[in-house]
Design a binder for this molecule. Structure first.
Ligand SMILES: N[C@H](CCC[C@H](N)C(=O)O)C(=O)O
Length: 261
């Protein structure tokens, strides 16, 4: 099968995107997705997305993790597929699309490289020892850390992701340290099974967990630095519920090409 692909990155979280409005990609298997995402034998990416037609929506986002398993919601992927939809002429500056966790609204800047994506509302934040556990479309573990720049995120994150509590379903592990008027965050991602340069649902989880931890209510704006750039999260917190959550950051086309699989 010959595929035309587009490679995007959002704060260094990178993805292979395929326009599947004509349904040429059907029953893509785990090995094929993993090969496309492989940085040595394939194109390379933290995940792969198909942009598909969906009645009542501008498009549907189908997301796979780099290991080939169909993943849950991907925030940076969501921002990249919005930029891709604009590039294809499917949308102009605003959109309503469907993803695995439900309906998403998004807005894209004039230049088409800055995307604000609404995330699902969150009510439940649990504790695991000192850490926070919540689902922002994907499951996340959030733990504060000191000297994050030199932390062994790969080994510590992998150990948490594979402990008896999380081994079966997996979890994304985020370490956070205060920085300026926001935070610095590093994430070990399930499905990539490695540290990535950014994780959108992850930084969203961090922003909400830190607001809960610090007792912040009202409309909150949280700037977060990740290894691949800067992301902003704004949301409302009424003490019970987090709503109007927006994940904002860059989404850029890197290159496009054709590959035979
Ligand atoms: N990189 C993604 C998360 C992908 C989800 C995945 N790692 C999982 O939970 O299976 C993001 O920007 O939100």
């Amino acid at each position: 099968m010959k595929l035309n692909f587009f490679k995007y990155q959002g704060a260094g979280n990178d993805f292979v995107l395929i326009d599947n409005r004509d349904n040429t990609v059907q029953n893509i298997d785990k090995e094929q997705v993993a090969l496309l995402c492989d940085r040595r034998f394939g194109i390379g990416g933290d995940g792969l997305m198909l942009l598909e037609k969906e009645p009542g929506f501008d498009f549907k986002m189908v997301y796979y993790n780099a290991d080939g398993n169909e993943g849950s919601m991907c925030g940076n992927g969501g921002r990249c597929i919005v930029a891709f939809a604009k590039h294809l002429g499917v949308i102009t500056y605003t959109t309503k699309f469907l993803a695995t966790d439900g309906v998403h609204h998004a807005k894209i800047s004039d230049g088409g490289e800055w995307v604000s994506l609404q995330m699902i509302d969150v009510e439940e934040i649990n504790k695991d020892g000192e850490a926070f556990v919540l689902n922002t479309g994907s499951p996340h573990y959030v733990k504060t850390a000191a000297d994050l720049a030199v932390k062994d995120v790969y080994n510590e994150g992998r150990a948490i992701r594979n402990n008896t509590t999380y081994k079966q379903e997996g979890i994304n592990v985020n370490f956070v340290e205060p920085e300026g008027d926001g935070f610095f965050v590093r994430t070990f991602e399930r499905g990539v099974e490695n540290e990535t340069y950014a994780c959108g649902t992850g930084v969203t989880a961090v922003a909400l967990a830190m607001a809960k931890k610090n007792g912040q209510f009202g409309t909150i704006n949280t700037p977060i630095r990740v290894l691949g750039g800067n992301i902003n999260i704004r949301f409302d917190h009424d003490g019970e519920r987090f709503s109007n959550i927006f994940l904002e950051g860059p989404a850029k086309l890197v290159f496009e090409g054709q590959i035979e699989i």
